[in-house]
Structure formats: C-alpha cells, structure tokens
Design a protein around this ligand. Structure first.
Ligand code: FES
Length: 105
C-alpha cells in the first residue's frame, strides 16, 4: 500500500509501505518531515500526530482511550480527523493520505 504524506507547504511524499507497518514507522524509516515518533509507538509522545483524509477515517478502528487522551496533548490543534499515526496500520490494497501538522515540522 502507498502512503501519501502531505506537508503543510503542500509538498507530497509518496512511500510504498509494507502491510502491518504503521503510518508512523513508515514515515520515520523514509525520513518524512514532521513525523518524529519519539516514543516508538507506545502512545506516550504525540509526535506522530497526523490528519487523516476524511474519506479514509473509516479504514481504522476508533481511537482507544489512550490514543484519545494523547490526542489532547498534540503540538498542533486536534481536529476531527486527528490520529496518532503509530496506531494506523497499513492494510493490503489500501492507499492512505495523511497531512502532517504545521507545528511538528
Ligand atoms: Fe509516540 Fe505515536 S509514536 S504517540
């Protein structure tokens, strides 16, 4: 599956990801600006905050309570399509589009 990462300035980076990897680890491995993933995906840093294309939100289970709490601690304002990208798993045949918040770049 491909992940399209859009920066606040409009630059788009397209990465060919692996099924089962997270949107966060795919970004970190490929040097996508603004997705830090400091805690390694344990939902304790919020440096992996992204905005998910609204049409694709339904691909993922709703945020857990822990994710929900952490989304209140993001550097950029939370929106209705905010997610922690470490909790978003790539699935076979599902391309994803996420936008990196301004404050993380
Ligand atoms: Fe730390 Fe997602 S990588 S909360």
């Amino acid at each position: 599956p491909k992940v399209f990462y859009t920066q606040p300035d409009g630059e788009v980076k397209v990465i060919d990801g692996a099924v089962g990897d997270s949107v966060m680890s795919t970004a970190v491995r490929n040097g996508v600006r603004g997705i830090v993933g400091q805690c390694g995906g344990t939902m304790s840093c919020a440096t992996c905050h992204v905005y998910v294309d609204r049409a694709e939100l339904g691909f993922f289970p709703d945020p857990s309570d822990d994710e929900d709490d952490m989304l209140e601690c993001t550097a950029a304002d939370r929106a209705d399509n905010s997610r922690l990208s470490c909790q978003l798993e790539l699935a076979d045949g599902v391309d994803l589009h996420v936008t990196v918040p301004d404050e993380q770049v």
